[in-house]
Design a protein around this ligand. Structure first.
Ligand code: SF4
Length: 429
C-alpha cells in the first residue's frame, strides 16, 4: 500500500495513496479525489464540500448545515449538466497532478521508493483512461445490468448488490416510493447466474472495494426456500464468503489466500411475508453466509402502522427477530422517526420503546433511526392532510429519537446493539 508524498515545484504538497482496492489523491488538504481500481471516481472533497458519485454518474453534494447533525445537513443532487462539469473537473485535476510525478523539480517527502512512485504513476494512468464518454458508456451498461438500486442501509453503501428480485412484493406502504417504478419479479436461478457474470464483468478490478454482498431488491428473502437456496449456492460458487466461527488468526490466513472476499450476505426482509419462516430455515441461510437482515419496523404502535399501510402487527416483528436470532442471523431494525407527525408522536415513542425492549437484540444487531421523508404527492401526504396531522419539526424529531433511546433497556449494555442514523436522502449507489 504505497503512499507517495510529494512536494511539487509550484509549492503544493501532494499525497497519492494507491491501495489494492482504491486510489486516493490529496492536494494541500483542500482537494481529495477517491477512485476505484478501475479508475471511476467514487467521491471527492472539493471547494469545502463533499461529493459522492453513483455508478450511473449521479452526483450528490453535501455540506454541513446551520447546526451539527444529519437532519440539518444540506444536500442536493447536481443537475446532469453540473454533474458532468464536476466529473470533467475531477479528471482534469487528476491529469494535472499526474504531470507532477514526471516533473524533474518534484521532491519525494516521505520514504516512498522509486517503485512506489511507479505504482502511483500506473494508478493515475489507469484513472486517466477514463473520460466523460467512457463514464457515459458505463452508465448505459449499469442500467442494462441493474434496475435502479433505490436504497441500502448505511452500513451496506459499499456492498456488492445482486438483484435476485426486482421491486417490492408489497409496494403499498404510504410513505415509501422506492419501488413504485417497477413490478415485483423473482429472477430464475439461471437468470440470476447470468446477472452475477454481468456484475462481475462490470465491476472488474473494483470488486475488491466491496466488502459485503447485498441481496436486493426490497425483500428478496420472500423467495420460496427451494429457489432461495440455489440462489445462495450460486453466490458461493462465484464469490468467497467468510466462513463462520473462524478465530481472528485463522480468518486472517483465510483472507490472505483470497484477495477478493466478502464478509457475508445481507438483505432486507419484511415482517408480513416472512413471519412464518422458522429458525431452522434461517439457520440454513446463515450456514450459506446470511449475516444480517434489515427490517422496517417503522413503529411499535399498531395504529400508526395501520395508518402507514404496513400490513403487520408490531409483535410480528418481534416474532421474526426471535426466529432470525435463533437461526444465527443478526438484524438491523429501522425506526421511522417523525412518522405520524404530532397526532401519533406520543404513542409512537412509547410503543416503539416497548417493542424494541421485547426483542432479543445484542451487539451484533443495529437499530437505525430513519427520519420520515415525505415526498410531495405521496399517499402519506394525502393521508396526513386528511387527518390534519402536523409534521414534526426537525427539533421535535430529534427529541423523539432522544426519548426513544432513553427508553431502550437492553439486557446487557456492554452487548447492546449499535444505534445509528439512516438518512435516505444521502443514498446513491
Ligand atoms: S417500506 Fe418496504 S415493504 Fe413497504 S413498500 Fe417500501 S419496500 Fe415495500
Amino acid at each position: 500500500m504505497p503512499i507517495v508524498e510529494l512536494h511539487a515545484p509550484a509549492g503544493h504538497r501532494l499525497l497519492i495513496n494507491t491501495r489494492r482496492e482504491a486510489t486516493s489523491l490529496m492536494l494541500n488538504d483542500d482537494l481529495t479525489l477517491n477512485y476505484d481500481r478501475e479508475g471511476r471516481l467514487l467521491s471527492a472533497w472539493m471547494d469545502g464540500r463533499n461529493y459522492r458519485r453513483s455508478l450511473d454518474n449521479r452526483v450528490i453534494e453535501k455540506q454541513e448545515g446551520p447546526r451539527r447533525g444529519l437532519s440539518y445537513r444540506v444536500r442536493r443532487e447536481l443537475p446532469a449538466d453540473q454533474a458532468r462539469d464536476f466529473l470533467a473537473r475531477a479528471y482534469a485535476l487528476t491529469q494535472q497532478q499526474r504531470a507532477v510525478l514526471d516533473d524533474p523539480g518534484m521532491r519525494v517527502l516521505n520514504t516512498a521508493s522509486p517503485a512506489d512512485c511507479d505504482a502511483a504513476r500506473a494508478a493515475l494512468d489507469r484513472i486517466l483512461e477514463y473520460d466523460l464518454a467512457r463514464l457515459e458508456r458505463d452508465r448505459a451498461t449499469f442500467h442494462i445490468i441493474y434496475k435502479p438500486i433505490s436504497i441500502l442501509p448505511p452500513d451496506q453503501y459499499l456492498a456488492l448488490v445482486l438483484q435476485a428480485t426486482e421491486g417490492c412484493s408489497y409496494n403499498q406502504c404510504a410513505f415509501c416510493s422506492f419501488y413504485r417504478d417497477r413490478k415485483f419479479r423473482v429472477k430464475s436461478v439461471g437468470e440470476f447466474k447470468q446477472h452475477i457474470r454481468d456484475v462481475r464483468a462490470f465491476f472488474g478490478g473494483a470488486l475488491g472495494l466491496r466488502k459485503t454482498i447485498f441481496l436486493a431488491d426490497a425483500n428478496a428473502l420472500v423467495i420460496p426456500r427451494d429457489q432461495l437456496l440455489p440462489i445462495f449456492d450460486a453466490i458461493h460458487a462465484d464469490f468467497e464468503i467468510h466462513p463462520r466461527d473462524l478465530d481472528p488468526d485463522a480468518l486472517k490466513t483465510w483472507e490472505a489466500a483470497r484477495p477478493i472476499h466478502f464478509e457475508g450476505i445481507y438483505s432486507f426482509i419484511d415482517a408480513f411475508t416472512s413471519r412464518r419462516k422458522t429458525a431452522s430455515e434461517f439457520a440454513e441461510l446463515a450456514a450459506r453466509g446470511l449475516r444480517r437482515v434489515y427490517i422496517g419496523l417503522e413503529s411499535g404502535d399498531a395504529q400508526l402502522l395501520n395508518f402507514l399501510g404496513k400490513p403487520n402487527a408490531p409483535n410480528e416483528v418481534v416474532q421474526l427477530v426471535d426466529h432470525l436470532k435463533a437461526g444465527g442471523v443478526a438484524v438491523g431494525v429501522i425506526i421511522l422517526a417523525g412518522a405520524g407527525g404530532d397526532k401519533y408522536a406520543a404513542q409512537h415513542t412509547r410503543h416503539t420503546i416497548d417493542i424494541i425492549n421485547a426483542m432479543p437484540l445484542d451487539h451484533n444487531d443495529l437499530i437505525y433511526f430513519s427520519e420520515l421523508v415525505d415526498y410531495p404527492g405521496s399517499p402519506y401526504s394525502a393521508l396526513a392532510q386528511q387527518e390534519h396531522i402536523r409534521p414534526l419539526a426537525i427539533s421535535e424529531i430529534e427529541h423523539q429519537m432522544v426519548e426513544m433511546r432513553a427508553g431502550f433497556a437492553f439486557q446487557h449494555w456492554t452487548h447492546a446493539p449499535r444505534i445509528s442514523y439512516y438518512d435516505i436522502r444521502e443514498f446513491i449507489y
